[in-house]
Ligand binder design. Structure first.
Ligand code: BG6
Length: 502
């Protein structure tokens, strides 16, 4: 099977039935079906491809299609075209199912056989349901002979969504419940950040250019920052979020995934999913563990109060639906970490993630050590800015390099300028949605962009001492629409650096 990082052309996957559990949910309508619609329009899906939506509510195929049409109209990146929709929607079916009833799984098997007809399509199950149901659904699928041993007549795979546990122990329990019915290689744990173009580009950027790899280490890099700012709050997920907090919701998965890709050693080859995933695990294993006593010095946690975003009054976190009035859950976190290995030892890594901040932006920046000032002494050049490589994940996907330059004129002055690469202007086409890429990869059995269980466990291990000390950490407050608590700036002071301007 080809690999996304080395292939010029995307191979069409083998014939597949995508079975979505949780078909009436948000994810199906907003991301999964609009994503498949765009893949279909762009010619990436196999000739024989169908979607079967599964959930408890009785619904006809027709009614299900109508419901999905709304979602595609609203959320498809290319809008909706009647003709394309007609062709696409004829491949969509609905099957009511109660996850506790074995008979319903037998009925599902018969339905899938009828839809497959003379072909033997692969079955790809998307469990867009609460993780508490993963084990039960997988078990019933297995019981109905709907999960086969890999390499059999058809491939059967399961895509699962976070949260992968609440801590190390629950993550291990969740995995054990899935392993009773499926093998690790059949499990595709989705982290949609890995489907984002710029995140994938980290590897191409590092390993396809001779320029960066030699300086990608402690000798030249001063520090690294990863910033994720969202202007949205908890939306309609207050219930879930209040139990999770931003560290579980975002750092354990998306941020650690970006960090590990950014810092991995070159794998043996980019065409082997395990090679890349092995290297990612090594990075996570090398992150210096914070002892409970050190957590205070390395972490700032905070929660948003009310404020103004895009001219609108927004409520304080504690006034959001589903959130406890005296909640101490963090909606913002800033942390400093270190990777204790040969390449990165001594390079501080600063992470900050928050909801209800001033704007939506995700950016990774690599700050290089300064050039010596000596040449410019006595020339009105007081200081030189560091060279900074910025990888902007969203919303404006691109990469830029800050270099010092002489502005025109008779005087010797030095000013920083940006050398910019923007996806939009260089390639002139819209990037696919993260889910499109990931769905296609799962259909093709390409697992590089999915998270392995050992990565999940390592990420939890890093955070264990953090959670153990949460109670003792102060909880700061920040105004919605601001850039977070002022204490986050203090965190960086001992290192003599500031947060990048976003
Ligand atoms: C999800 C988190 O995984 O990612 C949400 O649970 C967050 O809290 C979302 O808002 C952000 O995704 P994106 O692609 O909009 O950055």
């Amino acid at each position: 099977m080809g690999n996304p990082f080395v292939e010029g052309r995307v191979l069409s996957p083998p014939s597949t039935i995508l079975v979505i559990f949780g078909a009436s949910g948000d994810l199906t309508g907003r991301k999964l079906v609009p994503g498949c619609y765009n893949l279909f329009k762009d010619g990436y899906l196999p000739e024989s491809f169908s979607i079967v939506g599964v959930s408890r509510t009785p619904l006809s195929d027709e009614a299900f299609r109508e419901k999905l049409k709304d979602g595609v109209t609203k959320y498809s990146r290319s809008g909706i075209d009647e003709e394309w929709w007609k062709q696409f929607s004829s491949r969509i079916f609905y099957q009511p199912l109660d996850a506790t009833k074995e008979a319903d799984f037998i009925a599902l098997r018969e339905r899938l056989q009828r839809i497959g007809g003379d072909t033997i399509p692969n079955y790809l199950y998307y469990l867009a349901v609460s993780p508490s149901l993963f084990g039960e659904i997988a078990g019933k699928l297995k019981g109905a002979d709907l999960i086969e041993t890999p390499g059999g007549v058809r491939e059967t795979r399961l895509i699962v969504e976070k949260p992968f546990g609440y801590d190390l122990e629950t993550a291990q329990n969740l995995a054990s419940s899935l392993y009773q019915s499926a093998k690790e290689e059949q499990l595709y744990r989705i982290d949609h950040y890995l489907g984002k173009e710029t995140v994938q580009n980290i590897l191409v950027f590092r390993f396809a250019n001779g320029l960066f790899e030699p300086i990608w280490n402690r000798k030249y890099v001063d520090h690294i920052q990863i910033s994720v700012a969202e202007d949205i709050g908890v939306e309609n997920r207050g219930d879930y979020f209040d139990k999770a907090g931003i560290v579980r919701d975002f750092v354990q998965n998306h941020v650690f995934q970006m960090l590990s890709l950014l810092c991995i050693e070159p794998p043996n080859s980019l065409s082997d999913a395990e090679g890349i995933r092995n290297e990612k695990v090594k990075v996570l294993k090398s992150i210096k563990r914070l002892t409970p006593g050190l957590v205070q010095k390395h972490i700032v946690r905070a929660q948003y109060g009310k404020g103004l975003i895009k001219g609108l009054d927004v409520p304080a976190y504690r006034d959001e639906k589903g959130v406890a009035k005296d909640s101490t859950t963090e909606t913002y976190i800033a942390m400093s970490l270190e990777i204790d290995n040969w390449r990165w030892s001594g390079v501080p890594i600063f992470l900050r993630v928050g909801k209800r901040l001033s704007k939506r932006i995700s950016e990774i920046s690599v700050h290089f050590k300064q050039a010596p000032l000596s040449l410019f002494r006595g020339r009105q050049v007081e200081s030189l800015e560091q060279n900074v490589l910025r990888i902007q994940v969203q919303p404006k996907e691109g990469i830029s390099l800050r270099v010092n330059s002489k502005p025109p004129g008779p005087r010797m002055r030095v000013e920083p300028v940006e050398m910019d690469f923007s996806y939009h202007s260089s390639f002139g086409i819209a990037s696919p949605e993260a889910y499109e890429r990931l769905l296609l990869d799962a259909m093709r059995g390409e697992a590089t962009l999915f998270t392995r269980q050992d990565e999940i466990e390592e990420a939890w291990k890093i955070l264990e001492p953090v959670f153990d000390s949460f109670e003792e950490l102060p909880l700061y407050f920040y105004e919605a629409g601001s850039w977070g608590p002022k204490e986050a700036a203090e965190l960086l002071k001992p290192y003599g650096v500031r947060w990048a301007r976003l």
